[in-house]
Design a protein around this ligand. Structure first.
Ligand code: GLU
Length: 402
C-alpha cells in the first residue's frame, strides 16, 4: 500500500471525458479527452511496471544501482541487470529472479556510471538474454527500457537487415537502431538517439549509455515514468523517486517526448528537435521509513501491519475537523450521473476493486462491473449510456490503467 494512491475517474458523456487523479489529500490533473476513440486507444495499450535506475559520476555507482533496484522491487519484475563503466573495465551483469541474485554477481563490479533495470517481460521470455541492459550490434551502445515499442518489427525489417540479436525483446531492436545510426551512418550519439526517437512508436523510458563515454547518460521518455535525481557532484535517473531517495530529495521531471543529457554536473533537457527546455527541480517529500522493509522480512508483512496507519491517513484526508466526509463535489456528481460503474485494474488493484464492488453498489445503488485493465480494451463490453470509470493503480501512476 503506497502513501499516495492515484485513482483516475473517467466520466464518459458522449464526446466529453474527464480524468481526475485523486491523491490522498487532493484531486488533481483534470484532463479532457475529446473523443471516444482516443479513450478507447488509451484503454487498449498495455503498460508495464518495472524500473530503471541510473547514476553518472559517483564512485559507488554499483551500490547506488543495486539499492535503487531493490527500492523498485515492489513494482514487480522477472529479471534484472546493470551495466557499469568508468572503472578499470566495463561490466554487464544480468540475472533472472530477485535483485539478490543479481547483487550476488556484482563482486568486483566497480565504476562511476551505470544503468540498471528490473524487467517485466512483454516481448520474449524472462531469460538472461532478454534481461536488460541490451547492447547494439557492436556492443558499444547499452540501453535499458521500460515500456513497449509498438513498431519494433517494422524497424527490424526496414533498418536492421544483417544485424544479430541475442534475444527477442523490442528493446534490443531500439539499441541496434541507435547503434546503426551512430556507427554505420556516422551520427553523433545525440543525433543517433534523436533520429531513433523520431522513428520509435510506443511507450518508453530509455536510459542509454555509450560504453566509450562514462561521462553521460542519455534518457528519453514517452508515457513511461522517468525522473532525474540531482546529487551533490553526481546525478541520477530513476522511474520513481523512491529508488534514489537515500541519495537525494531533489528531482527534476521529464515530460513525454523529451530527451535529457545527464552528466555529473549538468542536466540538459531538450525536445526531439534539439530545442532546449527549462526545467526547475523540486523537493520530493518522502519518508524513508515508508519505502524500506524496515525490520520486516517481506514487504507484504510490513504492508499488512501498515493497514491501520494507512486507513487513518486516508480517513484524515477525506474528513474535515468535525469528522464529516469531504469529497470533491465533481466526483459525487459524476457518481450520481452514472448508470453503471466500471472498475478497471490489474493484479492487487483488481482485488481492491473487487473488494469495493459490493460496497459501492450498496452506497450508490448503481451496478458495478469489474475488468482487468490490460485486457479490457481488447474485448470491451457494450457500455451503458452513462458509464463511470474508476481506474485503480497500485503504483501511484496511471500506467497500468491507461
Ligand atoms: N518490452 C521490454 C521487454 O520486454 C521492456 C519491458 C519492461 O518494461 O520491463 O524487455
Amino acid at each position: 500500500m503506497k502513501l499516495i494512491w492515484t485513482i483516475p475517474i473517467f466520466t464518459l458523456d458522449k464526446l466529453k471525458k474527464q480524468v481526475y487523479t485523486v491523491f490522498a489529500d487532493s484531486v488533481t490533473e483534470e484532463l479532457d479527452y475529446t473523443n471516444f476513440k482516443e479513450k478507447a486507444q488509451l484503454v487498449c495499450v498495455v503498460y508495464t511496471m518495472c524500473g530503471i535506475v541510473g547514476v553518472v559520476g559517483n564512485t559507488n555507482a554499483t551500490d547506488i544501482l543495486i539499492q535503487g533496484l531493490e527500492k523498485l522491487e515492489y513494482r514487480g519484475y522477472d529479471s534484472a541487470g546493470i551495466f557499469v563503466l568508468g572503472g578499470a573495465e566495463n561490466h554487464l551483469v544480468k540475472a533472472v529472479g530477485r535483485i539478490a541474485e543479481l547483487s550476488a554477481k556484482t563482486a568486483g563490479v566497480e565504476g562511476t556510471t551505470g544503468i540498471g533495470h528490473t524487467r517485466w517481460a512483454t516481448h520474449g521470455k524472462p531469460t538472461e538474454d532478454n534481461a536488460h541492459p541490451h547492447r547494439s550490434e557492436t556492443e558499444r551502445f547499452v540501453l535499458v527500457h521500460n515500456g513497449v515499442i509498438e513498431n519494433y518489427l517494422e524497424i527490424k525489417e526496414e533498418y536492421l537487415a544483417g544485424h544479430h540479436f541475442k534475444g527477442q525483446t523490442d528493446t534490443e531492436i531500439a539499441v541496434h537502431l541507435i547503434g546503426k545510426f551512430a556507427e554505420e551512418e556516422g551520427l553523433s550519439v545525440l543525433e543517433a538517439f534523436k533520429k531513433a526517437l523520431h522513428i520509435i512508436r510506443g511507450s518508453y523510458a530509455f536510459a542509454l549509455i555509450d560504453s566509450q563515454d562514462p561521462e553521460v547518460i542519455y534518457v528519453a521518455k514517452n508515457k513511461s515514468p522517468l525522473l532525474i535525481g540531482l546529487g551533490e557532484g553526481y546525478n541520477m535517473v530513476c522511474s520513481d523517486a523512491m529508488a534514489m531517495i537515500r541519495e537525494t530529495n531533489q528531482y527534476m521531471e521529464i515530460h513525454d517526448q523529451e530527451l535529457v543529457i545527464v552528466k555529473a554536473d549538468s542536466v540538459e533537457v531538450q525536445d526531439y528537435d534539439g530545442n532546449s527546455r527549462e526545467r526547475a527541480s523540486y523537493t520530493a517529500e518522502l519518508d524513508l521509513s515508508d519505502i524500506g522493509k524496515g525490520t520486516y522480512p517481506y514487504y507484504m508483512l510490513k504492508e499488512i501491519d501498515e493497514q491501520p496507519t494507512v486507513m487513518r491517513k486516508l480517513i484524515q484526508a477525506y474528513t474535515d475537523e468535525a469528522g464529516q466526509v469531504v469529497v470533491d463535489p465533481a466526483i459525487i456528481q459524476a457518481v450520481q450521473d452514472a448508470d453503471r460503474i466500471y472498475i478497471l485494474a490489474a493484479g492487487t488493484s483488481y482485488h481492491a476493486g473487487f473488494a469495493s464492488k459490493k460496497m459501492l453498489e450498496e452506497l450508490t445503488d448503481t451496478p458495478v462491473e469489474l475488468g482487468i485493465s490490460s485486457e479490457w480494451g481488447y474485448g470491451m463490453p457494450l457500455l451503458s449510456k452513462k458509464p463511470l470509470f474508476i481506474f485503480i493503480s497500485q503504483s501511484g501512476e496511471t500506467a497500468d490503467s491507461r
